[in-house]
Design a protein around this ligand. Structure first.
Ligand code: ZN
Length: 92
């Protein structure tokens, strides 16, 4: 009997600094991507597809959508004052 299937796995793919909307200051972040893998006997064979990606603040440990980086350049206040905060997703 061959055991095979798919599973999701988080990978820390990048780090950098950003202005965290929660902390209100410049902090380190980790870019976390969730990949779906095809596995045989639980050995990952191939990255199937990107399931999700998020920016994790190293200070407050809150995950933000990746668009948080785009809004960081100049207009942090306007970006987050116009309802973008509702896009923030919490990951277990
Ligand atoms: Zn933070």
């Amino acid at each position: 009997m061959i055991i095979w299937g798919n599973y999701d796995r988080d990978r820390n793919e990048d780090t950098g600094r950003f202005e965290c909307p929660q902390c209100g200051s410049e902090t380190d972040f980790t870019l976390v991507r969730t990949w779906n893998y095809f596995h045989i006997y639980f050995i990952p064979i191939a990255k199937q597809q990107l399931v999700a990606e998020r920016i994790l603040c190293e200070e407050c440990n809150i995950a933000f959508p990746i668009t948080v980086l785009a809004g960081n350049a100049q207009m942090v206040e306007s970006a987050f004052g116009s309802g973008h905060g509702s896009e923030v997703q919490q990951w277990p």
